[in-house]
Design a protein around this ligand. Structure first.
Ligand code: B3K
Ligand code: ZN
Length: 886
């Protein structure tokens, strides 16, 4: 916990490290009430700097120093200075060895950073700055060292002792203890260090790399989870193959290990050769995990594996460069998922997520560039901007350079910087080298925060057959940044004729036409593109595939949107047209809702949905996406000041009207899909994901009609399904329906059946906490008292507190402010235990500027209450400091 106001760390103050650590030799003695960590660091003055010997300042937090020696000489207390965050001493020579012993208490570490205990096992999480809670060290990514690690522990409770690299020695001790030594041949920064000690069982497989080396693949889990490893293992092998084929990247150690732990602050961690996963992000089988979970696991396993090159072999110089590894790796995992499943659906999902959540972050008080310039607590910068917008920035580079040059650029980047800690500029420089292009202006994407807006207008002149597209770009001010300079925006587009076919595209200065689509590079604040030989008035299809992370304004009529939804040759833009159409319809109802109980619904939405449902050749995955209305969160983002309750009511109203209007075709289709599900065994593959998604979406619509026949079907799906995807969807329908008794019974039988499976119980918690029915606050309060709930387990906190505050719109935004007060209470409680989680959970309240005045005041009041609640962690302090009005 903080004793003074945390300091700002500033990018422009980056300095090379004074000292380097060539070798790191660690010995852990693990016990139930403490652990001793002995470190021997082989160090030297950084040879790139002058030959003076400045003081050596090591990072260290919450460590009890037991012993310290320099070149074998014990140091007395006057020979070093200890503070809450550091250990300082004066080296006498340019090359020296520092040895230390510290005592720590992993069993009391509830922050889940550093060395801690989870369900009886020891594990670590070091990124970003957790290693300093293990030993005194130069805990910065540009200090890369060769690690040797020995772990001693009691053998019965901790038969498995793991660290990075390869096991090189092991032995037994007399007192029932044993030890193992691991050696990692690759230099790495401390944030990639890991150890695990526990009673774990292992699922094994092998992978033969492209050069013919055999790699042992091991998944370590608690024995009851052995039957949930196959999907993760399959995903790993697919990722390894894909990275070889797509990026030419081969795995480099003889063993690759994954460990599943139950208490984990985020999804997973790419420690060298020893990935540690939140169990929810790696364990799955049909009966307990949904399709969405299966897909998430596939992409997270891939993401962590891909980090072995984009992150580990080539790492970040400092934490301002975080997106260098995260943006690139998210881009890589999204390409992978697109290849494994439906590329269009993957793009739709990514864009829906980005626009709802990252755009909100970019418009709020925590807005920051993809490469931030200052931070107080780096943990607060593992954000959607670093990850998702960072990936969009890489995607734009890929679009601008094309597949082939991009690959050449990435090859050069890996080759040039293998074993180094580098910057985003180095990544761009490699792409510049291979393409010969100047990406200086493009780099504004790394330095300017905020979501750019594109305002597009057009005109067609039939006489000269010319068509003009005028594009204006702007970017709003964000905290600390105003007067943004124009970005380079790849605008993918096509012109459609009256039949929906793409017309030839020839710009005025060009000698020949291109067919299909093309990418216009928008580089100025205002730019006009003139197309010639345009035979008829076209309908533009703009920002195809969401070619840039921007908000685009083009004044489409509703008829044009209906046409695009049915005919655009770009699958993404078909979906987008449907979203914009639905958005207009819902916004119209929001406006009417204040005056009447019976708003007028534009019939075109139901008509086009009917037509889509009747279209036999439409991919079920696409149909499911088309039928999904924009989320409440996304709709809220469309308003300068949103009334969340009116938006919720309007969206419900439109959904209900659609359900009644389309009941017959929806029921017919639902029954057909359900029949297939009944007749086929569960398979975790794209085609089946699509079928079940459509089936569940139709069921959710149909349940809105409160028809008893549908309710029976829902109960049947709930009771009979052989997989969690169908069962949970049916449960969610029941929980949100007026059939209260049936819902209660279903919840009870579900809890009884899965009582021993914490990951399934998380879903049970979440479905109730997210319920849209009145009484949400009482429901979550009740859930908090359930014996399976624990505020110390991040998955449980996310399932209850997170689901309530992000999904249960009418309850969280209750007019009396009770939902906000609840969240504030939990954040205060969490901050004492786990600051990272506290800061993360606070995020819905930081978005107060987006809402109506009444909500704004209620949210601010809670932010102030938290601020005055006592001593705050640096994590929470920073977020509050930035979010509260001055
Ligand atoms: N690199 C880790 C994230 C670590 C977060 C630390 N607070 C997981 C990932 O992005 O792959
Ligand atoms: Zn990552």
């Amino acid at each position: 916990m903080r004793t003074e106001q945390p300091k700002m760390i500033v990018l422009s103050e980056y300095r090379l490290p004074d000292y380097l650590i060539e070798e790191t030799h660690l010995t852990f003695e693990l016990h139930e009430s403490y652990a001793l960590v002995h470190a021997r660091l082989v160090m030297q003055r950084n040879p790139g700097l002058d030959d003076t010997l400045p003081p050596l300042r090591l990072d260290g937090q919450q460590l009890e120093l037991v012993d310290l020696a320099l070149d074998g000489q014990q140091l007395s207390a006057v020979e070093y200075t200890l503070t809450a965050n550091s250990l300082e001493l004066q080296p006498q020579r340019a090359a020296f060895e520092l040895t230390s012993t510290v005592r720590i208490e992993p069993q009391n570490n509830t922050a889940l950073e550093g060395l801690y205990k989870s369900s009886g096992m020891f594990c670590t999480q070091c990124e970003a700055e957790g290693f300093r809670k293990i030993t005194y060290y130069l805990d910065r990514p540009d200090v890369m060292s060769r690690f040797t690690t020995t772990i001693h522990a009691e053998k019965h409770s901790y038969p498995v002792l793991l660290s990075n690299g390869n096991p090189v020695a092991s032995g037994e001790e007399e007192n029932g203890r044993h030890w193992v030594t691991w050696e990692d041949p690759f230099k790495k920064p401390a944030y990639l260090f890991a150890i695990v000690a526990g009673d774990l069982w292992c699922v094994e497989d092998t992978f033969t790399t492209m050069s013919g080396r055999e790699v042992a693949l091991r998944m370590y889990v608690e024995p009851e989870n052995l039957d949930k490893c196959q999907h993760g293992m399959d995903s790993l092998k697919k990722s390894m193959r894909w990275d070889e084929e797509k990026y030419g990247r081969e795995y480099d150690l003889d063993i690759f290990m994954i460990v599943a732990v139950n208490d984990f602050n985020m999804g997973a961690m790419e420690n060298k050769g020893l990935n540690i996963f939140n169990s929810s992000c790696v364990l799955a089988k049909a009966e307990t995990a949904t399709d969405a979970a299966h897909q998430r696991i596939e992409s997270i396993v891939a993401h962590e594996y891909f980090h072995n090159w984009s992150g580990n072999r080539v790492t970040c110089r400092d934490w301002f460069q975080l997106s260098l590894k995260e943006g690139f790796t998210v881009f890589r995992d999204s390409q992978f998922s697109a290849d494994m499943n439906s590329a269009v659906v993957k793009r739709i999902e990514d864009v829906a997520y980005l626009r709802t959540h990252q755009f909100a972050e970019d418009a709020g008080p925590m807005a920051h560039p993809v490469r931030p310039e200052a931070y107080m607590e780096i943990s607060n910068f593992y954000t959607l901007t670093i990850y998702e917008k960072g990936a969009e920035v890489v995607r734009m580079l890929h679009t601008l350079l094309g597949e082939e040059l991009f690959r050449k650029g990435s090859d050069l980047y890996f080759e040039r910087h293998d074993g180094q800690a580098v910057t985003c500029d180095d990544f761009i420089a490699a792409l510049e080298t291979v393409s010969g292009s100047d990406l200086t202006q493009f780099k504004r994407w790394y330095s300017q925060a905020g979501t750019p807006r594109l305002a597009i207008t057009d005109s067609y002149d039939a006489a000269s057959q010319t068509y003009q597209l005028t594009v204006k770009q702007s970017c709003p001010d964000t905290p600390g940044q105003s007067n943004k300079q124009p970005f380079v925006i790849p605008l993918s587009m096509a012109l459609l004729n009256a039949q929906g076919a793409a017309m030839p595209l020839q710009l005025a200065n060009e000698s020949a036409a291109l067919t299909g689509e093309r990418v216009l590079a928008v580089t100025e604040a205002e730019q006009t593109f003139t197309f010639i030989h345009v035979a008829e008035q076209p309908l533009p299809s703009l920002l195809r595939g969401f070619s840039a992370p921007v908000i685009m304004d083009y004044d489409y009529s509703r008829d044009a949107l209906v046409f695009l939804l049915q005919h655009d040759t770009d699958g993404f833009n078909r979906w987008e047209a449907g979203q914009q159409l639905a958005l207009q319809v819902i916004e119209e109802v929001v406006a009417q809702i204040y005056e009447t109980d019976e708003p007028m619904l534009d019939t075109r939405l139901a008509e086009v949905f009917t037509a889509l449902l009747a279209q036999d050749d439409l991919d079920p995955a696409m149909l499911a996406e088309f039928l999904a209305l924009p989320s409440t969160g996304y709709i809220i983002e469309q308003y300068e000041h949103a009334d969340p309750l009116a938006i919720h009511l309007a969206r419900e109203y439109v959904s209900n009207q659609l359900a009644f209007a389309l009941k017959a075709p929806m029921l017919e289709r639902y029954q057909a899909l359900r029949k297939v599900s009944l007749e086929t065994a569960y398979v975790a593959q794209a085609e089946d994901f699509a079928r079940r998604r459509l089936q569940n979406m139709l069921l959710a619509y149909l349940m809105r009609t409160e028809d008893l026949e549908v309710m029976d079907a829902c109960l049947d799906q709930f009771g009979v399904a052989d997989n969690m995807t169908e069962r949970l969807a049916a449960l969610a329908c029941l929980v949100n329906s007026p059939f209260v008794d049936e819902a209660q019974k279903a919840l009870e039988s579900f809890a009884e059946r899965f009582a021993d499976d914490p990951l399934v119980m998380d879903q049970w918690f979440s479905v109730q906490a997210a319920s849209l029915l009145p009484g949400g606050l009482e429901r979550v309060q009740h859930l908090l008292h359930h014996p399976d709930f624990s505020i110390k387990n991040p998955n449980k906190v996310r399932a209850v507190v997170g689901a309530f505050s992000t999904q249960s719109t009418p309850n969280f935004h209750a007019l009396d402010g009770s939902g906000y007060a609840f969240l504030a209470d939990k954040v205060i409680e969490l901050d004492r235990l786990n600051p990272q989680m506290a800061a993360r959970m606070l995020s819905p309240l930081t978005r107060w500027q987006r809402f109506d005045l009444h909500q704004q005041e209620l949210m601010q009041a809670q932010l102030k209450r938290i601020k005055n609640s006592g001593e705050l962690s640096a994590d929470l302090f920073e977020v509050l400091d930035k979010s509260l009005p001055v």
